[in-house]
Design a protein around this ligand. Structure first.
Ligand SMILES: [Mn+2]
Length: 380
């Protein structure tokens, strides 16, 4: 325990929001600076609002460095609170640890991250210094230069707390076993930051716990709904709309008019093109939701655009492009065949085209639309 660096220990900030102060909570920005700015705009954010960023600022996007600098600036205000997520701690540790295992992980993962997410913090930092990330790069010398040049950013990240505690809401990236926070303080924070499928643990609390980390869509069983989950009986708020983790994701911002209110609302933003429906579409039959954690299928008929598959005794169709080329019989993503109810004028985020249909998100719900549409000039 003694050699644990401070950023891996549970640090807790305690404070009270001012009466009448709006509270905005956002998690899992994951390197999406422009989407973060868009969601603040949609929320009509002002500096009088309390803003809580519930961890995972970094990676799975191409603007991690921008997110760090945006939040460094904003958190000069006492109304802005930024918390660590598991991805942030991993990234900081990879950059700051002298353990070669962690340093190698930083470099070994970089190319995959660039391929999957269009960038990674290491690459962004190198680019700013005019360094090209080649396979034979001198890792020790590179890290030394990055630590020196990005000392302010790394120092800021390293001092972020894991938990923000108030008398009505406690904020933490992953989840908590209980609210006796004194018992958690100073301990390794990883179980509270990387608390997978927190809701499934069945816990409830006597005041609200607001978490990110686990996309809410993973808790849903019928429709692929990315909106926040508000469980009033258990006092849990799940924020993560899957921004960065999946192309179909959205960045949610949950809003409370006052700390003593339970009148939750939310806005969201994404980086996708937006379209407006021209033709009506009736809702389809009972949809099949192929869950990410259970995405094995039997391929019955492979087509150019769509393929017919069997999933848990149901026949459904999936875009052929969603079949994992390296893993026959498995999708490389979650998927639904839901035909959305759509009225002329409805706005939707365009995720992909397949055949003469489009896969969209409308009102936080994923599904298919086969009709005429126009592009909305300005996203948001
Ligand atoms: Mn996370």
């Amino acid at each position: 325990m003694s050699e644990l660096p401070p950023y891996r220990r549970t640090r807790i900030i305690r404070k009270e929001f001012a009466p009448g102060q709006r509270i905005l909570m956002i998690s899992d920005i994951h390197g999406h600076d422009s989407v973060f700015r868009a969601v603040l705009k949609k929320a009509a954010y002002t500096q009088d609002d309390a803003l809580v960023i519930v961890g995972d600022l970094l990676e799975k996007g191409a603007e991690s460095l921008k997110v760090i600098r945006t939040l460094m600036d904003m958190s000069a205000s006492s109304n802005v609170h930024v918390l660590l997520g598991n991805m942030d701690v991993f990234t900081i540790h990879r950059l700051l640890s002298d353990d070669p295992v962690w340093r190698d992980r930083l470099f070994d993962k970089a190319q995959d991250m660039i391929r999957w997410w269009g960038g990674c913090l290491l690459d962004e930092m190198c680019r700013e210094l005019g360094i090209t990330l080649t396979p034979d790069i001198d890792r020790i010398a590179t890290v030394r230069r990055l630590r020196e040049h990005f000392a302010p950013e790394l120092a800021w990240l390293s001092q972020l707390p894991a938990i923000l505690d108030t008398s009505t809401i406690t904020f933490v990236h992953g989840g908590l076993p209980h609210l006796r926070l004194d018992e958690l303080e100073g301990a390794i924070s990883e179980p509270y930051l990387k608390n997978d499928s927190f809701l499934s643990k069945g816990l409830s609390f006597d005041r609200y716990v607001a978490v990110g980390h686990w996309p809410t869509v993973l808790y849903r069983d019928r429709l692929m709904d990315m909106s926040p989950l508000i469980l009033r009986d258990r006092h849990i708020v799940c924020l993560d709309g899957g921004c960065g983790v999946k192309r179909s994701g959205q960045l949610n911002c949950v809003i409370l008019p006052d700390a003593r209110s339970e009148d939750f609302s939310f806005v969201w933003a994404d980086g996708l093109p937006h379209v407006r429906a021209i033709t009506e579409q009736a809702e389809g039959p009972e949809p099949t939701y192929i869950h990410y954690q259970d995405r094995a299928v039997d391929i019955l008929e492979r087509g150019d655009e769509f393929s017919l598959v069997r999933y848990h005794s149901r026949e459904t169709r999936v875009p052929t492009s969603a079949l994992d080329p390296d893993n026959p019989g498995q999708l490389d993503t979650d998927m639904t065949d839901y035909r959305l109810p759509v009225s002329p004028g409805d706005e939707m985020s365009l995720i992909m085209r397949c055949g003469d249909e489009i896969y969209v998100r409308k009102d936080s719900i994923l599904g298919w639309y086969k009709g005429d549409y126009t592009y909305v000039a300005e996203n948001q």
